[in-house]
Design a protein around this ligand. Structure first.
Ligand SMILES: [Zn+2]
Length: 347
């Protein structure tokens, strides 16, 4: 109960998901524009102001106490549902006026890279759709710019299917980073060369495994857009990925880039249910529900350990940051969390 309460209070607006309904309507406006209305401007600015000051919230202590931790061993930066929002929101925009923009995000990332030893930069999907940049370039410009920013990985979002598997493949040729979906079967489709299940990174002996989970496509992506791509049960594939990453690839830390969505009533799989039911995921970076989580939520998974869940709203108005501090055996760590309001926060 406590966890449920926490998770609700941590989420001040979960916008509607962007799925089949909008595609059928011609989802040109989709997430980027429609969600401008979703969060009260006053509320957003009030909450933004707190974090814009650059406060760091001690978050999660997992067996190690570092009173004066010094520089982090690994800094994870992340976005989700950027929805082709390459320019900042216009000054006369009803919501997020003047915020966001990929150039500012890039500067922020560059500045953070200059201040810490190791950065992992990831996105949890739905880079496509939302502005005329997508109408003109079909996502290829977004992927080129993300490659320049040195993104390490992203998950496949449902809007990555908006031009079908061929359209995805055409844009994905510009992506110099792995695009992940462990539960999508893409063999014999044009997506096959560009989508993989997982990737691993190593930072001074600390091995990080990253896998992607896509939303079940049925009812979300129109059949003619998903082609021969088959989505399989996220929970089962998450269990398999965790076992493989920990036991075969010797990962110390496992991240799931999830495009499932933060929370749904009923039995539909979401990040909260995934965290409660799967052992061995340290961090879920979520997407799809456009949820602004001011602080990550932590859930006790079946093994009694914690799984952390976070999500940064949409349209690139926020950049999330988690700093990991490891103990000498690199088995225990402390994580601190903050986020930047892009266009307002200084690194
Ligand atoms: Zn989505």
């Amino acid at each position: 109960m406590e966890l449920q309460r926490k998770s609700r209070s941590g989420c001040f607006n979960a916008g509607p998901v962007c799925g089949l309904l909008q595609i059928e309507k011609g989802c040109r406006t989709s997430a980027g524009r429609e969600n401008q209305k979703m969060i009260s401007r006053k509320e957003f600015l009030r909450k933004s102001a707190v974090l814009a000051a650059g406060s760091t919230l001690p978050l999660w202590l997992n067996g190690v106490s570092t009173k004066n931790p010094g520089p982090p061993d690994l800094t994870i930066l992340y976005t989700n549902d950027t929805h082709a929002r390459l320019d900042p929101f216009p000054e006369n925009s009803l919501e997020f006026s003047g915020l966001g923009g990929i150039a500012r995000r890039s500067s922020l990332v560059k500045k953070i890279r200059s201040e810490v030893d190791h950065v992992l930069l990831v996105d949890a999907g739905d880079v496509f759709q939302g502005t005329s940049w997508f109408d003109l370039y079909g996502g290829s410009v977004d992927f080129e710019l993300m490659t320049e920013m040195k993104y390490d990985a992203m998950a496949v979002g449902n809007h990555e299917f908006d031009r079908g598997p061929d359209g995805f493949a055409e844009a994905a040729r510009k992506a110099g980073f792995p695009i992940l979906a462990a539960n999508y079967k893409v063999r014999n489709t044009p997506m096959n060369p560009y989508v993989q299940r997982f990737t691993t990174k190593e930072y001074k002996g600390f091995r990080v495994g990253i896998f992607g989970l896509g939303i079940p496509l049925e009812g979300v992506v129109a059949p003619e857009l998903r082609g021969d791509v088959i989505s399989r049960r996220p929970e089962a594939w998450a269990n398999g990925m965790v076992r493989s990453l920990r036991e075969v690839h010797n990962c110390d830390f496992v991240i799931c880039l999830s495009h499932l969505g933060y929370h749904y009533k009923g039995s539909r799989m979401d990040d909260l249910k995934l965290a409660r039911n799967v052992t061995g995921i340290d961090l879920i970076i979520g997407a799809h529900t456009h949820t602004f989580l001011d602080n990550p939520v932590y859930i006790t998974n079946p093994s009694g350990k914690h799984t952390l869940i976070t999500q940064m709203g949409h349209s690139g108005v926020r950049l999330g940051r988690l700093d990991l501090y490891l103990d000498s055996a690199i088995h225990a760590f402390e994580i601190k969390s903050k986020y930047y309001v892009v266009g307002r926060s200084e690194a």
